[in-house]
Design a protein around this ligand. Structure first.
Ligand SMILES: [Ca+2]
Ligand SMILES: [Ca+2]
Ligand SMILES: [Ca+2]
Length: 329
């Protein structure tokens, strides 16, 4: 009984620190640079396969957490925007029932050549489920998001899942993330876009970004697709990258430092993060999109020793309290 009391206390502490979820996605991304991150308008996009494969390359910076697992059971406790039917039935949600966050949207499977106008195609979102909830986009209250992230950065993870590898199954994406107020108005300067409209062009409804299923990344960070299907197809000095790793592995991380910093630090409890995703060229299995619970970008990383020391002190205090009660009993 004493043991279970201690376990309960540790569980409560874990929930408090948001650091002990059994399946939390944990990833450390390098500071974006020309080699490891590509800028698509406001978002730096990382290929997770490149991060893993270039780990021993001197051009690459320290990183941890790749590959990123993405099977439904492995991301069931994450803040999911889009998932498969299997993912929906496995979703446990990190949030209490009735929280100010949209339901998970169901992503399409099979062959679709049409442009998906926005999220309702995936889920039929009428809006109005909670204060500030808008129709046709995925919302989460910023206070709720801040408690979910703790001190971690706001990083979107994308699980690509196409049928034809090596250039034959390239889906194309356009995504926007806004900070909105309770009336649905975009907070000044807080619209961020992942698009092919050009670097730092703002939130303009730009072009779709092709998700290249395979490519060779050269030493200067440039890439070509040449139909490569393995390292042997790439020029000397290039790294072969697959961005179609199947259903159980995520391929991309998306990060905007400005958005992340604003979302983490905004004091207005009525603000919401609003996400819209559109895509064309889908085929085969369902894609997934979620907000990482424990992702950090190197430039923002919180010093670990301090965190660990705090955790150790907290655990020691709880154990001491438990032992004291046991002695008194
Ligand atoms: Ca909504
Ligand atoms: Ca697909
Ligand atoms: Ca995948």
């Amino acid at each position: 009984m004493i043991t279970s009391a201690i376990v309960r206390k540790i569980t409560a502490l874990c929930l408090l620190l948001l650091g002990c979820a059994a399946n939390a996605t944990v990833l450390t991304l390098p500071t974006p640079n020309a080699y490891e991150g590509q800028l698509f308008n406001n978002f730096n996009i990382y290929s997770l396969d490149l991060l893993q494969k270039c780990a021993s390359d001197p051009r690459c910076q320290p990183q941890a957490g790749v590959p990123v697992a993405s099977s439904p059971g492995q991301i069931a406790d994450q803040a999911i925007v889009l998932t498969s039917a299997n993912g929906m039935s496995n979703f446990t949600s990190p949030f209490a029932a009735g929280s100010a966050v949209d339901d998970v949207f169901l992503s399409p499977t099979g062959n679709q050549s049409a442009t998906y106008p926005n999220l309702p195609t995936f889920g039929n979102d009428a809006g109005g489920q909670f204060t500030g909830d808008q129709a046709f986009t995925w919302e989460i209250n910023l206070g709720l998001l801040q408690s979910y992230l703790g001190l971690h950065d706001l990083v979107f993870l994308f699980d690509n899942n196409q049928g034809n590898a090596n250039g034959g199954g390239n889906v194309s994406l356009l995504a926007q993330a806004r900070i909105i107020d309770a009336a649905g108005n975009t907070v000044a300067g807080q619209c961020y876009e992942m698009s092919a409209a050009g670097a730092n062009a703002g939130c303009v409804g730009g072009g779709y970004v092709p998700v290249l299923s395979s490519l060779c990344v050269a030493s200067d960070g440039s890439y070509n697709t040449i139909g490569a299907s393995n390292q042997g197809d790439c020029p000397a000095g290039s790294i072969y990258v697959s961005n179609n790793l199947g259903t159980s592995t995520a391929e991309y991380a998306a990060y905007s430092q400005s958005l992340s910093n604003f979302a983490k630090n905004a004091a207005n409890a009525n603000y919401l993060l609003s996400v819209d995703v559109r895509y064309i060229g889908n085929e085969s299995g369902a894609e997934q999109l979620w907000l990482c619970s424990e992702c950090d970008v190197s430039q923002n990383r919180v010093p670990e020793p301090g965190s660990l020391l705090l955790l150790a002190m907290g655990l020691a205090a709880l154990l001491f309290t438990g032992n004291s009660k046991a002695r008194r009993a």
